[in-house]
Design a binder for this molecule. Structure first.
Ligand code: MN
Length: 195
């Protein structure tokens, strides 16, 4: 069971920049709904594993992404706000921002432009991409699109056609079942041990 976080500030603490009414609805109704629905979805997945009935797997995975990412992104958002008082990136983060964006002002400009340009419902994020050794700014539209933002990938299977079509044609089932013969758990274990 996933438990809700408590806000580390009172509901009116962000006034006048973020109204008490908005925060109440956002935290109390929307965020708590995401938590309840993630728990419900996880219970249904548990049930599917028990019965071996994966008929609704697409729907359940989508719900897991939608409600689960809703939890993670809202918690990041709520916690990276606070009562108006001057704060700034620490020395090492500022150094990285300057290295990757040129200056704090350019970072701020790119972040704001990316946020304004998000199509319909979505988010803007400053993220660390360890493979690139670089900070990046991302737009996230439709956070239900089959990811749990904030997760760390452990095991990956490429289901793009280029990965199997030449050999397996349309037989995805066969491709997936053969994958388990060449799956290297040693590497997955290494990734796991870093967590
Ligand atoms: Mn929201």
């Amino acid at each position: 069971m996933i438990k809700e976080i408590k806000l580390p500030y009172p509901l009116d603490a962000l006034e006048p920049y973020y109204s008490k009414e908005t925060l109440l609805l956002h935290y109390d109704k929307l965020y708590k709904g995401y938590v309840a629905n993630t728990n419900k979805t996880q219970a249904k997945l548990e049930e599917a594993r028990k019965t071996g009935n994966f008929e609704n797997i697409k729907c359940l995975e989508k719900n897991l992404s939608f409600f689960g990412s809703g939890i993670i992104l809202h918690e990041l958002f709520f916690l990276n706000m606070g009562p108006a008082m001057p704060t700034s990136p620490n020395n090492s983060l500022m150094e990285q921002i300057i290295k990757d964006f040129g200056s704090y002002d350019v970072f701020k400009k790119q972040f704001a432009e990316a946020a304004i340009a998000v199509e319909a419902s979505g988010w803007t994020l400053l993220v660390w991409e360890s493979r690139f050794d670089k900070l990046e700014i991302l737009q996230c539209e439709k956070h239900q699109n089959l990811t749990l933002w904030g997760c760390i990938p452990l095991l990956v299977l490429d289901m793009w056609e280029h990965s199997y079509y030449l050999q397996y044609k349309t037989d995805r089932k066969e491709y997936v079942s053969e994958f388990f013969y060449i799956l290297n758990w040693n590497e997955v274990n290494k990734r796991w041990d870093k967590i």
